[in-house]
Design a protein around this ligand. Structure first.
Ligand SMILES: O=P(O)(O)OC[C@H]1O[C@H](OP(=O)(O)OP(=O)(O)O)[C@H](O)[C@@H]1O
Ligand SMILES: Nc1ncnc2[nH]cnc12
Length: 170
């Protein structure tokens, strides 16, 4: 798989107290080749059912992947952000996020009551981002149908944490 080569070629840098694998897929360093994004997106589309109303991801590393999967499955895309729009028109919800690199507030717009949602992200580490997204979708009145990540940073038990805190299997 190309993605395995991408991670083998990646440099590991210290970022605060954490080690980050700076790589082509998640950081566009070196610039992201379309065939790498295609490979990852095809795997996601194969695994998921995408019998959903919306795809949701978190800014910004999940965005290229979620965008291509959205196009491939013809499913509208909502991206949760670290700031509010406060328009009063798109069912904005705010949740707390406690992930490996970021702690604060996360805002989701565009998921409506009754929506079935697939969450897509590039990486799961502690599971904090996914837990925040699942909570945001539920607070908006939506239902989480499936959650798919391409890469797991092992050792941080993210999959177990998400299952324990939300009942959702990544
Ligand atoms: O399982 P977790 O501990 O939550 O880590 C995974 C999250 O980390 C990365 O995002 P990051 O926080 O680097 O934000 P970014 O996508 O905006 O760069 C990645 O895109 C996931 O969303
Ligand atoms: N690209 C990445 N490398 C290492 N740890 C991470 N945690 C979240 N994204 C990561």
């Amino acid at each position: 798989m190309l993605l395995q080569d991408v991670y083998k070629a990646a440099k590991v840098v210290k970022s605060g107290n954490h080690f980050t694998t700076v790589n082509e897929f998640t950081d566009q360093l070196p610039a992201l080749r379309p065939k790498v994004l295609w490979e990852a997106s095809l795997e996601v589309v194969k695994i998921g059912s995408f019998n959903v109303d919306k795809i949701v991801t978190e800014e910004d590393k999940g965005a290229p992947l979620a965008t291509l999967v959205s196009v491939m499955t013809n499913t509208p895309l909502a991206i949760a952000r670290w700031y509010p729009y406060s328009l009063g028109t798109h069912n904005e919800v705010r949740v707390k996020i406690d992930s490996e690199y970021f702690r604060g507030d996360l805002y989701l717009n565009g998921v409506l009551p009754g929506d079935k949602v697939a969450i897509i992200d590039d990486t799961i580490s502690t599971g904090g981002a996914l837990i925040a997204l699942i909570k945001a979708i539920r607070d908006a009145g939506g239902n989480v149908s499936e959650v798919i990540c391409v890469v797991e940073k092992v050792g941080n038990h993210g999959v177990e944490r998400v299952l324990k805190e939300t009942g959702v299997l990544v």
